[in-house]
Design a protein around this ligand. Structure first.
Ligand code: ADP
Ligand code: MG
Length: 213
């Protein structure tokens, strides 16, 4: 099985091959075709199974293939529970968009707020954020999510553990439901609040569950 077989653009597959990533993992094989159809998705597989590419590839695919709904608003927002995870996701994303005219920005707690506003004014298509700081920007109206096409929640179980329910609710209501696709990824299924989060944020999601955590 190759990435192209899953519907991934040959340019992206070539970028991956430079890093010796040629064969999709199980979660990638199952989640990517669903995400590419534009449906909402809840996906679970254990840590280290390759969830990052399972959401980054469909997101890039969409941005490369479709015209933007809005030229100014971000098209894809990826929320991760911690700075460390956000940095890992951002590094992968930057590798994948190298050589394109696409722009990605990090919006993380602990970094300078005004520098983030400046970066947001450059109209990045992708934002990788932690929930608290992103919610602060939304409250201050530093930018809008009205043109958002994809909302991705990475490590949803940890975000529940860390108590980010309210921030996620604000992000959810700031991004129009009718236009957007939502993908939610989790390493476990155990968290009691995952079901509520999923029914609040996702619209008739397809479920992809790979083994147990
Ligand atoms: P998870 O989010 O499920 O914990 P990651 O997305 O962080 O997993 O991936 C774990 C590691 O596996 C990363 O170093 C990543 O580069 C690598 N990886 C991801 N997909 C593949 C693949 N298809 N082939 C080889 N390595 C991969
Ligand atoms: Mg991960």
């Amino acid at each position: 099985m190759q990435f192209e077989t899953l519907g991934i653009d040959i340019r992206l597959a070539k970028q991956l091959a430079h890093q010796a990533i040629t064969e999709p993992t199980e979660i990638q094989q199952k989640a990517i075709p669903v995400a590419i159809t534009g449906k909402d998705l809840f996906a679970q597989s254990k840590t280290g199974s390759g969830k990052t590419l399972a959401f980054l590839l469909p997101a890039l695919q969409r941005v490369l293939k479709q015209k933007a709904l809005s030229k100014r608003d971000p098209r894809v927002l990826i929320i991760t529970p911690t700075r460390e995870l956000a940095n890992q996701v951002f590094t992968q994303l930057r590798m994948l968009i190298a050589g394109t005219n696409l722009l990605a920005t990090k919006v993380l707690g602990g970094d300078n707020f005004n520098e983030q506003i400046k970066a947001l004014r450059k109209d990045p298509q992708f934002i990788v954020a932690t929930p608290g700081r992103l919610a602060d920007h939304l409250k201050q109206k530093s930018f809008y999510l009205s043109g958002l096409e994809m909302l991705i929640l990475d490590e949803a179980d940890r975000m529940m553990d860390l108590g980010f329910k309210e921030e996620l609710q604000l992000i959810n209501t700031s991004a129009d439901h009718r236009l957007r696709q939502t993908l939610m990824f989790s390493a476990t299924l155990e968290h009691a609040e995952l079901d509520t989060l999923s029914s609040n944020l996702l619209n008739k999601p397809k479920k992809v569950i790979v083994g147990s955590a």
